[in-house]
Ligand binder design. Structure first.
Ligand SMILES: [Zn+2]
Length: 144
């Protein structure tokens, strides 16, 4: 038996799915919600600030802000092989995050899992999964 906790952050980010059969091929954005689930053993140090916690919610938030929010918020995620990529590479003053994958919710979940996992890896805790909500009704999750 073990505990797990979940912390949520939100970002605004644009993307497009270059080969999509319908409207997702257009440049558009989402209010993405990222949920990180961490499992592990509760801290047992008497009198410690985080006694009884796997990790302080604020420390988990800080890791998510640094690895996900700072990197992606108000950016535009673009597939390296998107036919528009050569033009977008000229926009030096813009926050464009080129990635080696089509920026679907599934791939964004895997990507952000990879960013966050090493920051939360210790003997006592583990990043279980990341869930990315692209709309209020649609999400994708990733775990190892
Ligand atoms: Zn979209």
């Amino acid at each position: 038996m073990k505990n797990s906790i979940t912390r949520k952050i939100e970002i605004d980010m644009g993307h497009r799915i270059p080969n999509h059969k319908s409207k997702c091929r257009n440049i558009h954005g989402h209010r993405y919600i990222f949920e990180a689930c961490v499992s592990g053993k509760n801290v047992r140090v008497k009198g410690a600030s985080d006694e009884g916690m796997i990790i302080d919610f604020s420390d988990l938030k800080e890791a998510m802000m640094k690895e996900i929010h700072e990197r992606l918020d108000h950016g535009f995620m673009m597939y390296d092989n998107d036919p528009f990529a050569p033009q977008f590479r000229k926009f030096h003053s813009q926050k464009i995050i080129f990635v080696p994958f089509v920026p679907t919710a599934e791939n964004i979940a895997k990507y952000t899992y990879g960013l966050l996992k090493p920051k939360l890896a210790s003997k006592k805790m583990k990043l279980e999964n990341i869930t990315v909500w692209e709309t209020p009704n649609s999400s994708a999750s990733y775990n190892d």
